[in-house]
Design a protein around this ligand. Structure first.
Ligand code: AN7
Length: 407
């Protein structure tokens, strides 16, 4: 039944093309060690999407899991806000895809809905991840919903408060690892390869199947057209790969004609992909000690680098770096000109857009979609530190007026 609708679902190595059945637990190619992708190209008309609830499961035919076992919190269907004021300031037609509106406040929920559904199909009892924060918050929530045991490894002292609170509060076993994200990922991968848990970092290609729905929604929101360009922050590099996969699947299905230029933005202190693209390489040299205020993308050895670089080259896209200062000022700009509150990593997309317009690499008038990946309350300390302390005042009209009018 599943096969009838969705075609043959399997995993395939992105480098040597080796194929693996969809019921095998495997994260990298046995033949060449490269990363895998899921193949799922259903034969349906886009009319099937009509009148369905606005969640990512609107496109369920394109999701490589059993539709009768979906674990969902109604993720996806996020706001697609036209930002005229900021667009005018930058000289482009700007839309912002607000992923902070997902159930746990980041795009990771899309991937976890598919990933946890897959975990249930496979019959595992424990799931795990390493995380800069959002992946752990999301996994903890979806594992709770599915009744699975959840172990998360976080780089000690480097996870934003909101994300840490979520991972703990949803009942995951939270371990603070002495080391950075890359080291935590290496450790949890070893545990997964020993069969101790099912790994739900984005090296697991089922995660990216959920996240590709961001691409589906963008072209659906634009009336079955691609924008000129999609800009997003890049850390472990799964999301840019996933969005590109989604959009090319919709093109292959005949739903859209043209394709967007994929544009990835990295923090200057954690930019292996931007460097590889600048030097026209196909793979990265890892950054040993990544550092940035945008802790979500403080990643030196992105596992999906090959997929991301391929997406950038295939789409004639770009990669750019931004400083911490540019990130924080873009975060404030978006919050105060458009009312959209995002965490620092997410603001990298806006900072990158500004830099690319200023340098002439993006043309005036382009239609741009910036994906903002996580909610401002994920990292409350950053938001509070960016502002003046509230003035303490008596609850008295004269006193209040003196402060409000500034005299
Ligand atoms: C807000 O949670 O890697 O390039 O462990 O939380 O797909 O990795 C988070 C990544 C962008 C980068 N914006 O996406 C994690 C983690 C936010 C993020 C990214 C992340 P990828």
């Amino acid at each position: 039944m599943l096969k009838d609708i969705k075609g043959d679902i399997m995993m395939r190595c992105i480098s040597c093309g080796a194929e693996y059945p969809d019921d095998e637990i495997i994260y990298t190619c046995n033949q060449c060690g490269s990363i895998l992708e899921v193949v799922c190209q259903p034969d349906v008309s886009k009319d099937v999407f009509r009148c369905r609830k606005s969640t990512m499961w609107k496109y369920k035919e394109f999701m490589p899991v059993d539709p009768s076992r979906i674990v969902s919190l109604d993720e996806g269907g996020t706001p697609f806000c036209k930002c005229d004021k900021l667009g005018k300031e930058l000289g482009v037609e700007l839309y912002v895809k607000v992923e902070g509106s997902n159930p746990t406040g980041s795009f990771k929920d899309r991937g976890m809905s598919v990933g946890i559904t897959k975990a249930i199909e496979l019959g595992v009892d424990t799931v795990g991840c390493a995380s800069t924060g959002n992946t752990s918050a999301s996994l903890a929530a979806y594992a709770a919903r599915a009744g699975l045991k959840c172990v998360v490894l976080l780089p000690a002292g480097k996870v934003a408060l909101g994300k840490l609170a979520q991972a703990m509060f949803h009942g995951a076993q939270v371990l603070s690892v002495r080391g950075n994200f890359d080291q935590a990922l290496e450790a949890i991968t070893q545990l997964a390869l020993q069969g101790q848990l099912y790994l739900l970092n984005s090296i697991n290609p089922y995660r990216l199947e959920g996240q590709k729905s961001i691409g589906f929604e963008i072209v659906d929101d634009l009336g079955w057209k691609s924008p000129d360009r999609i800009i997003l922050p890049v850390g472990n590099a799964g999301n840019i790969s996933a969005i590109w996969k989604g959009i090319t699947e919709f093109q292959k299905a005949g739903f859209i004609d043209d394709l967007p230029r994929m544009t990835g933005i990295q923090a200057e202190g954690a930019a292996p992909i931007a460097r590889a693209v600048r030097e026209k390489h196909d793979d990265i040299v890892p950054v040993e000690n990544p550092e940035t205020v945008a802790t979500a993308i403080r990643i030196g050895a992105p596992v999906s680098a090959k997929k991301a670089i391929r997406a950038i080259y295939e789409s004639d896209g770009l990669a750019e770096t931004v400083t911490d200062e540019e990130i924080l000022s873009a975060q404030k700009l978006l919050a105060q000109t458009e009312g959209i509150g995002v965490e620092p990593a997410s603001a990298a997309s806006i900072a990158g857009l500004k830099k690319l317009v200023d340098s002439g690499k993006i043309d005036k008038g382009e239609q741009i979609v910036c994906v903002v990946t996580g909610h401002v309350l994920k990292d409350p300390n950053i938001a509070i530190n960016a502002c003046e302390e509230p003035v303490e005042v008596d609850a008295d009209i004269d006193a209040l007026l003196r402060v409000i009018k500034g005299n």
